[in-house]
Design a binder for this molecule. Structure first.
Ligand code: 5RP
Length: 218
């Protein structure tokens, strides 16, 4: 089975975790796109969605699925999104698509976070995938120097601007043994908007598409 087939498989399975008559949060990326396409089949069962990016909002609307502003919503029953890496504690690296800030906000506002991915995303130690950090543009060089001091090799994601008008530094060469500690340290660098570690608020459930069906990690 190709990685994309596994993503489609897990996205279809995740429909079982959608609570009827509620608002759900929707992530960004190819796995989230499969989830949106699957969700279209049961769109009349939910009240609507909150999107984690403009691209996701556009795709949801193209299917006729209602999209609400987070500020107009009291409760999100669950957030469905992919990941670039996950360890067995369900600490994640996210932000390969550059939507990490809104993803983190919608995840924080949701009662449950259901992560959906193909099985290649499960790793023993986070960090082989470069860690995305969203930065205020004028702070780029200052933040890059601070990231070097933490042992990383930041690379500016050129020709890319986030939905919030900021830039991304992808941090290579990290072996993330203590994800909660590193997430906290990165949050304290002035000029950093968000980092792509989701460890302070990890996923609650990880569904993995594989050749042998969908595996559950919790
Ligand atoms: C986007 C993300 C995605 O969830 C992550 O990059 C995984 O993407 P895909 O589902 O395409 O493998 O964090 O910012």
């Amino acid at each position: 089975m190709s990685p994309d087939d596994k993503k489609r498989q897990v996205a279809e399975e995740a429909l079982k975790y959608v609570t009827p008559d509620t608002i759900i949060g929707i992530g960004t990326g190819s796995t989230a796109n499969h989830f949106i396409d699957a969700l279209a089949k049961i769109k009349h069962q939910i009240k609507g969605t909150v999107a984690s990016s403009n691209a996701t909002a556009d795709r949801l609307k193209s299917h006729g699925i209602p999209v609400f502003d987070l500020n107009s919503v009291d409760e999100i029953s669950a957030y469905f999104d992919g990941a670039d890496e996950s360890n067995r504690h369900l600490h994640l690296i996210k932000g390969g698509g550059g939507a990490l800030t809104r993803e983190k906000i919608v995840a924080a506002a949701s009662q449950k976070f259901i992560c959906i991915a193909d099985d290649s995303k499960l790793v023993d130690v986070l960090g082989k995938f470069p860690l995305p950090v969203e930065v205020i543009p004028m702070a780029r060089s200052y933040v890059a120097r601070a990231l070097v001091k933490l042992g990383g090799k930041p690379v500016w994601r050129e020709n890319f601007t986030t939905d919030n008008g900021n830039i991304i530094l992808d941090v290579h060469n990290l072996q993330i043994i203590e994800p909660v500690k590193l997430e906290t340290e990165l949050n304290h660098i002035t000029g950093v908007v968000t980092n792509g570690l989701f460890a302070l608020r990890p996923a609650d459930l990880l569904l993995l598409g594989s050749d042998n069906g969908v595996k559950i990690v919790k």
